[in-house]
Design a protein around this ligand. Structure first.
Ligand SMILES: [Zn+2]
Length: 290
C-alpha cells in the first residue's frame, strides 16, 4: 500500500502459538474457541507480522518478531515455526537487506516483538540492523529492566541490550510524530508505554495497534488478554481507538492474527464495534477517505 509518502508492506516474521486462555483473559473457552480453535495443549495459532515503511531515503521497520536465538525447549513451548518464512527472507523478497534498515520502532520489548532485532554470532547476540536507530518508550525499557515476576519471562536482555550497547537505542517519552505522517501512540494496559503506530495522510490511515488488539478476535471489548497488566486500561484504550478507527475508516493491521491481516471496523447501534471488511493490506490501497 502507498500512503503518506510511504510504501507500506507487511512482513511475515514466523508463526507461533500461545495459550488460548491467556490470550482471551476472562472470556470463557466456549466463546473464544468459535474464533480460534485450540490444539491438545490449549494453544492457538498466531503469527508475527511486522511493518516496513519505505521512502527513497528511509526503510523503517516496526517490530521484528521472535527471531532465531531461542533453544529447542522454547521452540516447543511456543511452537515457533518458520516454514512460511522469516523476517530476513521476507525483507529479501522485497529486495531489502538488514543493513539497509534505517529505523526500527519497537512497539515494546516482549520477545515476540523484539527478538528479531538481534541474532547470534559466535554464540553472542548482536544487532541485526547495525545501521538503524531503534526507538522504544523509556517507560517500557525501564519496566523491562525491573524484571517483575509476573511478566519477566517476556523480557530477555539478548533481544535489546546488544542494541543499546551498540549505541543504537533511542528513548521516546509519550506520543510523537516520529517521521512525517508516522505517529507513535502510547497505551499502557498490556505493559507500560506500548507504542502503537498510526500512518496517516489525514484522509486515509493505517493503524498498527500491536498488543492492544493483537488479533481480529480481540475487537469485542471484553476480549482482553490475560497477559495484560492493567486490563481495564486496555479496555478503555481499546474502546477509544476502535471508535476513532470506525469514524476514520482506518485500516487496522493485526500483528498476531495468522488469518486476518487487516480489516476496517464498523460501529453498530448501542456502540458495539465489530470487524467490517477484512483482507490483505493491499486490498485497502484504493480506498478513498470515508
Ligand atoms: Zn506483548
Amino acid at each position: 500500500m502507498r500512503l503518506a509518502g510511504y510504501d507500506i508492506h507487511t512482513l511475515h516474521a514466523g508463526d507461533f502459538m500461545l495459550d488460548g486462555g491467556a490470550m482471551f483473559g476472562v472470556v470463557p473457552k466456549p466463546l473464544w474457541e468459535k474464533e480460534c480453535s485450540a490444539d491438545s495443549r490449549n494453544r492457538i495459532q498466531m503469527t508475527c507480522r511486522c511493518l516496513l515503511l519505505q521512502t527513497p531515503n528511509r526503510k523503517i521497520l516496526v517490530d521484528a518478531g521472535i527471531g532465531h536465538k531461542e533453544d529447542a525447549k522454547f521452540a516447543d513451548i511456543f511452537a515457533v515455526d518458520f516454514s512460511r518464512g522469516n523476517l530476513i527472507s521476507s525483507l529479501a523478497s522485497l529486495g531489502v537487506k538488514p543493513t539497509q534498515i534505517t529505523d526500527v520502532i519497537y512497539t515494546h520489548l516482549h520477545f515476540d516483538h523484539a527478538g528479531g532485532t538481534t541474532e547470534l554470532r559466535d554464540g553472542k547476540a548482536e544487532p541485526l540492523f547495525p545501521n538503524a536507530r531503534h526507538y522504544v518508550q523509556s517507560a517500557q525499557y525501564q519496566h523491562a529492566k525491573t524484571r517483575n515476576p509476573r511478566d519477566r519471562a517476556s523480557y530477555m536482555d539478548a533481544n535489546f541490550e546488544p542494541v543499546r550497547e551498540a549505541g543504537l537505542l533511542e528513548f521516546l517519552d509519550g506520543d510523537v510524530e516520529i517521521f512525517p505522517g508516522v505517529h507513535v501512540l502510547t497505551t499502557s494496559g498490556h505493559s507500560p508505554s506500548l507504542q502503537m503506530v498510526l500512518i496517516t495522510d489525514r484522509h486515509r490511515s493505517v493503524f498498527f495497534p500491536c498488543d492492544l488488539i493483537p488479533m481480529s478476535a480481540h475487537i469485542p471489548l471484553p476480549y482482553v488478554m490475560g497477559y495484560d497488566l492493567l486490563p481495564l486500561t486496555s479496555l478503555v484504550d481499546k474502546e477509544r481507538w476502535l471508535n476513532k478507527a470506525a469514524d476514520g475508516n482506518w485500516t487496522i493491521v493485526f500483528e498476531h492474527d495468522r488469518f486476518t491481516e487487516a480489516c476496517t471496523v464498523r460501529r453498530y447501534e448501542g456502540g458495539r464495534i465489530r470487524k467490517d471488511r477484512a483482507g490483505s493490506l493491499d486490498d485497502f490501497d484504493s480506498e478513498t477517505d470515508a
